[in-house]
Design a protein around this ligand. Structure first.
Ligand SMILES: C[S@@+](CC[C@H](N)C(=O)[O-])C[C@H]1O[C@@H](n2cnc3c(N)ncnc32)[C@H](O)[C@@H]1O
Length: 294
């Protein structure tokens, strides 16, 4: 790839989904986009990028599906789900039980990939709250990739995927064998709804959540977009909410607004209640629209 090819593709990918590639990623671009470029009959990547930008069909979506890293597994890193089970969920339920009217638990799995994360959250809650049917639990699972959302929504996993992170006990209890793989049972699926959301565009309309998981996605953004996106996500959290990020991610760059909480080997974040109200109430006007055209 020429430097012009790399610049053109990096610009296209950034505008479509905020992923910050650089010239060290030529192998990744080639391995993920070469086929699309060939199919579209483009002579080089500069031509391909221009063609994709002006495309009115599905090409932009296909670029996003091809370039995003969707690596995920059930109960990824394990400890956040232990913290959810032993700390966040019991505390939340205790707090809400003080108010007879408040039986709603809203959770957001932002950048959910093919669904392993939201289904792991759902199974954790079902294990933790024997009376979960008496709670109005909704888990919103979102991603920028149509392909990922479609697969997540189907809830079917081949053996290679169910062999990663899922205890055999959970496989038997929450999945049904089907077509050589397993499908998530309806009672788990019913807790989760799926929607396409680009984290670099406004998502204020989604409302507020008691718990947000946003793990291993924002890490691909540049530092400025990363900070802005974390602030936007933080604004969607309830005052006593819980924010889980990936094991190599942190909210420490956001200043004192969030307090890290440690539980066993896991760290999650909560709004810092010791800060003066005017700081907590300071909702940063952080959303920046991207040039993404879908
Ligand atoms: C590595 S996966 C992480 C999945 C899961 N959260 C986990 O930790 O296992 C990253 C996901 O982020 C999604 N993603 C990338 N850019 C995004 C954006 N701008 N908005 C929303 N999702 C995005 C990708 O499509 C991909 O599914």
């Amino acid at each position: 790839m020429t430097p012009q090819d790399i610049d053109a593709v990096c610009g296209l990918v950034y505008d479509l989904c905020g992923i910050a590639l650089d010239n060290s990623k030529d192998y990744l671009i080639e391995s993920r986009l070469a086929e699309l470029m060939k199919r579209e009959g483009c002579a080089n990547y500069v031509e391909f990028a221009q063609h994709a930008r002006s495309s009115l069909g599905d090409l932009k979506k296909e670029v996003i599906n091809a370039i995003t890293t969707r690596e995920t597994l059930f109960f990824r890193d394990k400890s956040p789900f232990e913290a959810l089970m032993h700390k966040a969920a019991p505390e939340l339920v205790d707090e809400k039980s003080k108010h007879a009217y408040d039986r709603r638990i809203r959770i957001w799995s932002a950048a959910c990939s093919t669904g392993q994360e939201p289904y792991s959250i759902a199974m954790t809650l079902m294990e933790t709250l024997p009376d979960y049917r008496n709670w109005n639990i909704s888990i919103l699972a979102t991603d920028i990739s149509d392909d990922a959302i479609e697969r997540a929504s189907r809830g079917f996993y081949p053996p290679l995927e169910t062999s990663r992170g899922l205890e055999p006990r959970y496989l038997g209890k929450y999945f049904s064998p089907q077509d050589g793989g397993h499908r998530i049972k309806d009672e788990v699926r019913a807790l989760v709804s799926f929607e396409k959301v680009n984290l670099l565009q406004s998502f204020a309309h989604l409302g507020r959540f008691d718990i947000i998981f946003c793990r291993n996605a924002i890490i691909y953004f540049n530092p400025e977009d990363r900070k802005r996106t974390y602030l936007n996500l933080a604004n969607q959290l309830t005052d006593n909410g819980y924010f889980f990020v990936g094991s190599s991610e942190s909210l420490m760059d956001l200043g004192p607004r969030f307090q890290p909480q440690h539980h066993c080997r896991s760290v999650f974040y909560q709004p810092n209640r010791q800060l003066p109200d005017f700081i907590l109430a300071n909702k940063v006007a952080a959303t920046k629209p991207t040039a993404s055209a879908f």
